[in-house]
Ligand binder design. Structure first.
Ligand code: HEM
Length: 460
């Protein structure tokens, strides 16, 4: 085909499907080592382009942003709901733009994030109280953080908590499991995506299963929306739902947006925190530095958000976590709406495009000792994750960049700071931290394959 980027030789019919495997961020990084920073693969009848260097990422997310910022939407997500308001699955059209603007103004701007500080601090307080009751017991970090994050977001959105920390698995009528299943189905290799001609048949039943879960979730919070439509809520107590109702949003639109923000905002932040804690356990010197910083800069036993800017080591530590363990190692799949050129190669219209930020974060040409966990590398450096420095774009860059960044990063900072300020964490049963299993599971986000389980002694 005409001037496609190089890549491994495709097999007839299936193309490179069999070579991508369960960990596409790893397999495509290996292809990139052989074929260069911009490669092409064939998945059934579909072309996939993968960028694995800052230059290639810039070519896609900056130079050709206009043509390469549509979305590839996995078939499992198709349903009669899809056309309703959603950010991530829309092309960059008017509707997408106005929805992003509304979300930015109401919930993601610096001002909006500041105004949510007391509700975040309250959920943080609940987390601390819950943890205090767990002294000497094994704590599953992911579960506690997920519930805290979910309740924070559900309060911003719906004005109420949906999950209970004491419900050990945070399930509350299976909400968490259903949300996760929807994403797992969406990301599962699906014949309908590789051979669109077969889409109608939904051979693996993924689309059907997803629709069932989506309906059940919507039913579970439909009452909240209907009640709120009838209520007169004083300005001070209003949540995002009230603003959506005031803006004429239908129940289906509200449902879809809630589903999107809950899924986009919980797994990403939770897995960042779980990896961060795992790295802390493995790297005693980092734990020590962080404890020192918190001890010297924070005067009370709780974190107040306005104090976070006093903690440069904490911020370097979070950056280092996002470098090695980006929650979305391939960003979200983009799609080309026009044929265009990147690094002198052709990216054909309709191609799916991924940017392997996991590979960029571990490239020895860009980072000294890339596999070592060294927050110090970010101290005194100007590298930021705001979409300007293409060697470090855990939130993406360009028009599709994560709109939830201010909210997500504030939660990660405050939850981590609280966990470390209050408790001295160790592995149960005197396990050796050096041997801590750091294997990854590619899926909804790049998660720790084995959930991190810790015990603690209170510090204060
Ligand atoms: C550590 C936390 C987070 C990370 C690392 C992260 C990362 C990302 C990435 C890489 C993308 C895709 C960019 C692209 O396709 O080029 C994205 C998109 C998105 N994120 Fe986040 N995210 C985080 C937290 C959040 C939070 C808290 C929310 C909302 C509550 C959120 C909402 C979204 C939405 C709605 C999109 C789709 C944007 C679009 O397609 O226009 N994210 N995020």
């Amino acid at each position: 085909e005409k001037n496609l980027p190089p890549g491994p030789r495709p097999w007839p019919i299936i193309g490179n499907l069999h070579q991508v495997g369960e960990n596409p961020h790893v397999s495509t990084a290996i292809f990139a080592q052989e074929h260069g920073p911009l490669i092409s693969l064939h998945l059934g009848t579909q072309v996939l382009i993968v960028a694995s260097s800052p230059e290639a990422a810039m070519g896609i997310l900056k130079a050709q942003d206009r043509f390469l910022s549509s979305r590839f939407v996995p078939n499992a997500f198709y349903s009669h709901y899809l056309p309703y308001t959603l950010i991530w699955s829309q092309d960059c059209n008017e509707n997408w733009r106005s929805l992003r603007t509304l979300c930015r103004t109401e919930i993601f701007s610096v001002k909006a994030v500041e105004s949510q500080s007391s509700l975040r601090e309250k959920r943080l307080g609940q987390m601390i109280v819950f943890l205090c009751s767990k002294e000497g017991q094994v704590v599953n970090i992911e579960e506690v953080v997920f519930t805290t994050m979910f309740n924070t977001l559900s309060t911003i959105f719906f004005g109420k908590d949906f999950l209970d920390l004491k419900d050990e698995h945070g399930t509350a009528s299976g909400l968490k499991e259903k949300l996760s299943k929807i994403l797992v189905n969406g990301l599962a290799p699906n014949v309908s995506d590789f051979f669109p001609i077969l889409q109608k048949l939904d051979l693996q039943g993924l689309r059907k299963q997803n629709l069932k879960h989506v309906k059940e979730i919507f039913d579970s919070w439909e009452d909240v929306i209907n009640e709120r439509r009838l209520a007169i809520v004083p300005q001070k107590e209003q949540c995002f739902l009230d603003r959506l109702i005031a803006n004429g949003f239908s129940n289906d639109q509200i449902n879809m947006l809630a589903l999107e923000l809950f899924t986009a905002g919980t797994d990403t932040t939770t897995s960042t925190i779980e990896w961060a804690m795992a790295e802390l356990i493995k790297n005693k010197n980092v734990m020590f530095e962080l404890q020192q910083e918190l001890k010297h800069k924070i005067n009370s036993s709780t974190i107040v958000e306005s104090e976070i800017s006093k903690l440069p080591y904490l911020n370097a530590f979070i950056k280092e976590t996002l470098r090695l363990h980006p929650p979305a190692p391939l960003l979200l799949p983009h799609r080309a709406i026009e044929t265009c050129e990147v690094m002198n190669y052709t990216v054909p219209r309709g191609a799916q495009i991924l940017v392997n930020i996991w590979a960029i974060g571990r490239d020895p040409k860009l980072w000294e000792d890339p596999l070592l966990f060294k927050p110090e590398r970010f101290l005194g450096s100007n590298l930021e994750f705001r979409g300007q420095d293409f060697e470090f774009i855990p939130f993406g860059a360009g028009r599709r960049m994560c709109p939830g960044l201010p909210s997500g990063i504030t939660s990660v900072q405050t939850i981590l700071a609280s966990l470390i300020l209050r408790f001295d964490w160790v592995l149960p049963n005197d396990q050796d931290p050096v041997k801590l299993d750091m294997n990854e599971k590619f899926g909804v986000t790049l998660q720790k394959k084995k959930p991190l389980q810790l015990i603690f002694k209170p510090l204060k």
